[in-house]
Design a protein around this ligand. Structure first.
Ligand code: SF4
Length: 220
């Protein structure tokens, strides 16, 4: 056996990957603009299948018209649709925002709940949205599996899960809980800026040596 071959345990491999990603993306964090947990919740709902840049452009104007959960709860849905139109899926997104807002007003006295189960119980709020709000707004240890986290986790061999929830469970079982939120942001940044959906930039990838899909690595 060659002396310079490094044999990694699975834990060492994951640790080395995360260190390399942390070095590459020292500013990895939520790129959505928000003033409070409710604005973040709205922004995350709008961000499905849309760029954070576009969402930030839309929410900058949107929150001048509708600001609080009470405002959105009584919003005119056609007006809301026109305001968020450019984010895509504007019918579903406006319905989700109004439903969640009504729930927050009716069940939580107008305050976004700060525990995961209550967040997830809001109409129109899915698991990814609840995890992002918990992690970013309330400092929880959560892994939100969006399209980037799902794709990168599978490419890196961190999960073979066939659904976002399966990937979330795999990541939670193999990564230290205290690192979950940071890992979530690192995987998003890596998916957004390097391990892109159609054309991953493998020649620039800081974790290619660990990647089961890297063209630079021969797997037997
Ligand atoms: S080597 Fe390529 S496919 Fe693997 S994580 Fe890096 S960019 Fe993605």
């Amino acid at each position: 056996m060659s002396a310079d071959i490094t044999i990694y345990t699975q834990n060492e491999r994951i640790r080395a990957m995360l260190c390399a990603l942390a070095e590459k993306y020292p500013a990895a964090q939520c790129e959505l603009n928000y003033d409070n947990p409710f604005h973040l919740l709205v922004a995350v709902i709008l961000s499905a299948q849309c760029t954070d840049k576009r969402v930030n452009e839309v929410t900058k104007e949107l929150f001048k018209v509708y600001d609080t959960p009470a405002d959105f709860a009584s919003a005119d849905i056609e007006k809301l649709q026109s305001l968020i139109f450019s984010c895509g899926f504007y019918r579903n997104k406006s319905a989700s925002i109004i439903s969640a807002s009504r729930d927050i007003v009716a069940r939580f006295n107008g305050e976004v709940p700060s525990d995961f189960d209550n967040l997830l119980s809001l109409k129109g709020v899915g698991r990814k949205t609840a995890n992002v709000v918990m992690s970013v707004a309330f400092g929880g240890n959560n892994i939100a599996v969006d399209t980037h986290v799902y794709r990168v986790s599978r490419r890196l061999g961190l999960s073979g899960g066939k659904t976002p929830f399966d990937v979330e469970k795999d990541l939670m079982s193999t990564i230290d809980e205290r690192d979950w939120s940071e890992v979530h942001h690192l995987l998003i940044f890596h998916g957004r800026y390097c391990c892109k959906s159609q054309r991953p930039l493998c020649s620039e990838c800081p974790v290619s040596v660990h990647c089961v899909n890297s063209p630079a690595v021969t797997h037997t």
